[in-house]
Design a protein around this ligand. Structure first.
Ligand code: BGC
Length: 759
């Protein structure tokens, strides 16, 4: 008892010391910034709101010009798209030595899944359901980014996506709001640590808001949804990042409730700042202000004024603020207070990052020489990639492969460095990536003979290839005829004990501006698989993709399917670790795999409808005539080389009241031959409420590891927090009644128990 009191007291006093220190440091920052702003002209203040790129990452039609001169004139607040302490030092010197007030620049970049050492694409990382690992991936990325001169990263991307046609589903954490929120927090913690210590960076949560709900999965398209859906399913991950202390927010390209996010005062000020208490700064997405001209909001002066008034602080690349704000001020269209507020927030960010104290804090040549793409970071990349892969099928335990005999390694992605890193790996060097062929040779040992054949092109369609190859040749169309390539592959297969076919997408078939209306394998790849299957040899498909693909045929015909995503720098080694059982796969998909495009959006937490299809005659129910309602693989699904069995759900109290805490416990046993990890998932259904609810919602998960024959008890704590939802008044509360508590290894296969919770 005594001990508890002592601990409680010391925690209390620590909290108040921390609060005092924070207030004192805030006061110091405020007076510094106030003092500096007192010396600034209005033009210099507007200059701080200008973010430019001299090249590098270009995702819009504009690239900044005359950058050096603008920095000298105090017309630039930050730069993005350049890396390396030498280059960054040079640019910083211009600002610090040659601009009137010597205000340092902030340097940002898209550091999305690793920096120089590339980790799996975010959708892959999310499939690990491993929060410490995801946090660590962001921490390593931050450490590499700061060694490369940067202090600000445009990540995490937390847009919920239920539409795999949308290429940017690769950049986020899939379809679920609860998991997405946990990942948002883990990433912010990883990037920002406990403060900006020189090895951590300021994160930027994006794309606020609802960018993942682009209609028809077409990038940059409009979004439109009810407020209930927004609050329940799309906004919480942004809020989670804010709660975790994210330093900055990026506005999205799309409109929200009819007003583009970048001019949406409700979103940027009322919700973000007033309701959620966000204190950092908001940057637009690339030329998002200018794009509001095409949205139909007005000319450049008008859209820039609307953005500033809405609460945007920094203009990425478009220079609408720089070129029109002084005029708008003169004409009374914006106020000096609005300019001051934006300028203050940007200066505060620079202050927090320590740039006023030392503008070259992130320009450390020794760190640059020693801390990028290190052996340890590559080791982490290999581990993270293996942990992200999802085993979708494994008949007759064809996997893991034995380390003997002959393997036919087939496919356009099997000996391919160019496509291993995936989308948004701007600082990754694909020449450093490990191919599948190399990885298999590294891991298999001398008793395995590997026979390689390309088998087909990623796509035979030259027009399509041209579009995908905008940043370099990812789809390389062979000079040989498709039949000659298939013949070579079939002959390799015939000489082998097992075929490993590495197929799927080129890196830039997903990511920004890479929407697809057909998400099945390209025809050339399907033909190859049919030919391989016809040899009668067991075929393992290693699928590389940045999205769930429609693979009904492959699911039927292949002996095993391993979803490898884009694994990053250590791709081949990590895939081989999994194929040969050095690592037993434990990933679970975080976005449902549709059976066909017509089912989209297909996601696990849909509503019931008034005519749910429950089998039987398919007329006058909510169903398709030509395909089932269910996805091919449900959210949360993934196999292991071992098997797990779940006991019944045991509830501590079947009739809880008010704020009581209930526990749900299940025994999970490893009933197979291998040690393995399992993601145990908790779902809750609220069958009767004043608004229609989803059939179930994820409310918790635990990743456990079990030796063969071992059983563990997994307990989830359930409080009324987990029962809450938004009603028609947007009040977030719970309603008394029955709740179905479900626990299982995916969203479909669960054990359940009922509780009746009264007020
Ligand atoms: C993307 C952002 C990215 C920005 C800067 C935009 O086109 O939507 O995600 O951070 O470019 O590269």
């Amino acid at each position: 008892m005594k001990k508890t009191i002592v601990i409680a007291c010391s925690v209390l006093s620590m909290t108040s010391v921390f609060a005092q220190t924070k207030t004192a440091s805030d006061a110091k920052m405020n007076s510094f910034v106030t003092n500096l702003m007192g010396k600034m002209t209005t033009e210099e203040k507007i200059g701080q709101l200008n973010l430019v790129t001299p090249g590098g990452t270009v995702t819009g039609s504009v690239v900044s010009s005359d950058v050096d001169n603008k920095i000298r004139k105090g017309q630039v607040g930050g730069l993005f798209g350049i890396t390396g302490p030498e280059k960054i030092r040079k640019a910083q010197e211009i600002a610090v030595n040659n601009s009137r007030l010597h205000i340092p620049l902030i340097f940002g970049l898209d550091v999305i899944h690793g920096h120089r050492t590339i980790f799996p694409i975010p959708l892959g990382l999310s499939a690990s359901w491993d929060m410490p690992m995801i946090e660590r991936s962001a921490q390593i990325a931050a450490s590499e980014a700061t060694a490369d001169g940067l202090s600000w990263v445009y990540s995490p991307m937390v847009d919920i996506a239920r539409d795999p046609r949308w290429g940017r589903i690769a950049e986020g954490s899939g379809e679920d709001v609860y998991l997405g929120s946990q990942i948002a927090k883990a990433m912010v913690r990883g990037y920002q640590g406990n403060g900006y210590d020189g090895r951590t960076v300021m994160a930027c949560v994006k794309h606020y808001a609802l960018y993942g709900a682009a209609e028809a999965g077409r990038d940059y398209n409009s979004t439109d949804m009810s407020r209930i859906k927004m609050f329940e399913y799309y906004l919480p991950p942004y809020k989670a990042a804010i709660d975790a202390g994210v330093g900055s927010v990026m506005s999205s390209f799309n409109d929200v409730d009819g007003v583009p996010a970048t001019a949406n005062k409700w979103l940027m000020t009322d919700l973000l700042r007033k309701q959620w208490g966000f204190k950092g700064f908001v940057v637009t997405d690339y030329t998002a202000i200018n794009e509001m001209i095409d949205h139909g909001i007005g000319d450049l002066q008008r859209v820039s004024a609307e953005a500033l008034k809405a609460g945007i602080d920094m203009d990425m690349v478009g220079e609408g603020f720089l070129s029109t704000t002084a005029k708008s001020l003169k004409e009374g269209k914006v106020t000096l207070q609005q300019i001051n507020d934006a300028c203050r927030r940007i200066l505060e960010a620079k202050y927090k990052l320590g740039l006023f104290e030392d503008p070259y804090r992130y320009c450390n040549e020794t760190r640059y020489a020693n801390e990028l793409l290190t052996v340890e970071n590559r080791k982490a990349a290999r581990e993270f990639a293996a942990r992200s892969m999802v085993l979708l099928k494994n008949s007759n335990n064809v996997l893991p492969l034995q380390k003997k005999g002959t393997i036919a390694l087939i496919g356009p992605l099997a000996d391919n460095q160019r496509n291993m890193l995936g989308t948004w790996a701007v600082s990754g060097d694909f020449d450093k990536g490990v191919t599948m062929l190399q990885g298999i040779k590294n891991v298999a040992g001398n008793d395995v003979k590997v026979v390689y054949a390309k088998g087909c092109n990623i796509s035979d369609d030259e027009e399509f290839a041209k579009k995908v190859n905008a940043f370099g040749v990812e789809i390389d169309i062979d000079k040989r005829s498709p039949q000659a390539m298939i013949d070579e592959a079939v002959s390799a297969a015939k000489q082998s004990d097992v075929v490993v076919a590495v197929l799927g997408e080129a890196a830039d078939m997903t990511g920004e501006s890479s929407s697809m209306s057909d998400i099945s394998l390209q025809p050339a790849q399907k033909r190859l698989l049919q030919a391989l299957k016809a040899t009668g040899k067991p075929v393992v498909l290693v699928l590389m993709s940045g999205r769930p693909m429609t693979i009904v045929e492959e699911d039927k015909n292949m002996d095993a399917i391993l979803e490898a995503w884009f694994p990053g720098t250590e791709a081949g080694n990590a895939v081989a670790d999994v194929l040969f059982g050095n690592y037993n796969p434990s990933g679970k998909i975080t976005a449902s795999f549709p059976r066909n495009v017509g089912q989209i959006p297909v996601f696990y937490n849909h509503k019931n409808t008034g005519r749910p299809y429950r089998g039987g005659a398919p007329k006058f129910r909510s169903n398709y005539l030509d395909v089932s309602n269910d996805p091919l693989y449900p959210f949360g699904y993934g196999l292991s080389y071992t098997t797990f069995s779940y006991g019944d759900v045991r509830i501590s109290k079947l009739n809880p009241k008010g704020n009581e805490v209930v526990t749900a416990t299940v025994s999970v046993s490893n009933t197979g031959k291998y040690a393995g990890e399992e993601v145990v998932q908790l779902y809750i259904t609220d069958p009767v409420a004043t608004v229609t609810r989803a059939v179930k919602d994820l409310k918790g998960f635990q990743k456990i590891s079990l030796q063969p024959g071992e059983t563990k008890e997994v307990t989830f704590k359930i409080t009324t927090e987990e029962l809450k939802f938004y009603n028609t008044d947007l009040k977030y509360d719970w309603e008394a009644g029955d709740f179905i508590i479900q626990v299982g290894g995916n969203s479909r296969d669960v054990k359940s128990a009922k509780v009746n919770w009264s007020k």
